[in-house]
Design a protein around this ligand. Sequence first.
Ligand SMILES: [Cu+2]
Length: 454
Amino acid sequence: MRKPIVTVAIAAAIGVAACSGSNSTSPEIESTKADEVAPVSEPAAPATDAAVAGEPAVDDTTTTIDPAEAQTIEQINAYIDEAAAFDQAAADAQFPEGLTFAAGGAPGYSRYVFRESSAGVVPTLVEGPLDDTVRCQSVELPCSYLELKELHESGAGIPLELEMSADELATLVGQLDELSAFAEEHRDINVACANGFVSDRIQTANMGTHLYKGEFIANGFDPGEPEILLYALADNTVPDGAVGQCRDGAWRGEPMQLIGTSFIIPPQVIGNEHPETFAGPLDNWHIHYNLCRGASEGRDSFLPLSECQAAGGRFSASLGWMIHAWVDPQHDNQLGVFSMWNPTVAPISDPNAIFETREVRGSDFPDGAEQSLITDFDYTGELSVSVGQSLFFNNVDAVPHTVSAGTFDTPMFDQFDSGLLDPGTNFELSFDEAGVYSLFCTLHPDMQATVTVK
Ligand SMILES: [Cu+2]
C-alpha cells in the first residue's frame, strides 16, 4: 500500500546548506558511505543553484539545453536503467540473490528483516508482496475484527485505504466469524490440550505463545481449523522463561488466557507465492527464516544452525507461511486483525508505540544515530536529526530505491545522493547545517520527504 505523499514545503532552506567551503558546487553534507554513492559527474551547478552567491554562472548562451539539466536527465535515466536490471526475488517466499545485506527492517512493518548473527547478516523474515496486500494497521482505519464486522453489518462505505469490495468484506467477515467460533470453543486452554494442540512454550511480547496442532498443517487453509491457537499468561505479565505445556491432554503451567489464532502452511502445501486465502487484500502472510527456537528458555533467537543446536535450541531454516488472525473479541486488535503484533497482549502497549520497539539496526550504528526505514514505498520515521547526527536510510522493500536531494522536478544530486539502494542496504547521511532538506526517490516520484536538521 502506498502511503500518502509527504508534502514538500521547503526549497528556501536547501540553499542554506549550499554555501562556502572548498567546492562551490558541493554543499556541506557528508555521506560517510561515499563509496556506495553513485558517482555524479563533475561539471555544472545543480539546476536551482545559480542564485547562490559567488557561484560561477553556467554559460548557457551557446546551448539550448542547460548542461545541468542534461546531466540530471542523464542521471535519472541511468538509475532507471540500473533499477530495471535489478532481479527481484524469484518468488514471494524468497530474497533477492547475490546481495550483501545490512541489518535492518522491522518485523510486522517491512517486507524484509535482516539481522546480525555470528555467521554474518542473515534474512530472518519476509512478508507478503505489497503490490497485492494492504498493510492495514493504522489505528484510525477499521481493520480490527470487530471493526470489520461492524463495517460489514452497517453497510457503510468501505474506506478506500482497505482496497476491498463489499463482497470481499462479506466473505472475509464470514471467514473470521468461523475462526472466532473455533477460538471460542478453545477459550479454556485445557480444551486445546485435550484436542491435540501442543505448546511451543515461547511467549513473545505483544504476540503470545503458539499452540500447534500438527495434523491441521498438511491440510492447507481452512478458516474453521487454524493450525495455531494463541494464548498468554492470564495475569497480563511477560513471562521470565518458558511457559507451561500440554501433558496428558491438560495444561501444566501458569493460568493462560486465549488471545487469538494463527495459521501456518508449509510451502510444500501452498507454494512459494503469497497465499490466496482470506478474502480481500488485508491478509499479509509472512515466513520466518533462520530462527532458533529455544523452548527450554522460552525465547527465540537468531543463531546459526550449529550454535543453535549447541545451545539446545531447535533451528528452523524456514517455517511455513504464517499469519496471525486476532479474532478474540476480548483482544480486538487496533493494529488490524492480521497484524504481527497485538498491543492488548503483554506488555500492554500504545498501538502507535510498537513500531519503534521493533526496528532492527546494525551494531555498528554510531551512538544516537537515527534510522528511517524505507518500507511500503515510503521513508518512514521522524526524519529529524541534529547537526552532525547520523541518519541511516534502510531499504527493506522488495525493490531498489534512492535517497536523492531535492525533488523529482528539481533534483540536486550534487547535494546528496545514495545511488541505487538495493533491498537490505543502508545509506548514511549527516548534515553540517541546520535547515529543512527535501529528498525523493529517483525511481518513484511519489516518494518524497523532508529532513529537519536542528
Ligand atoms: Cu523508490
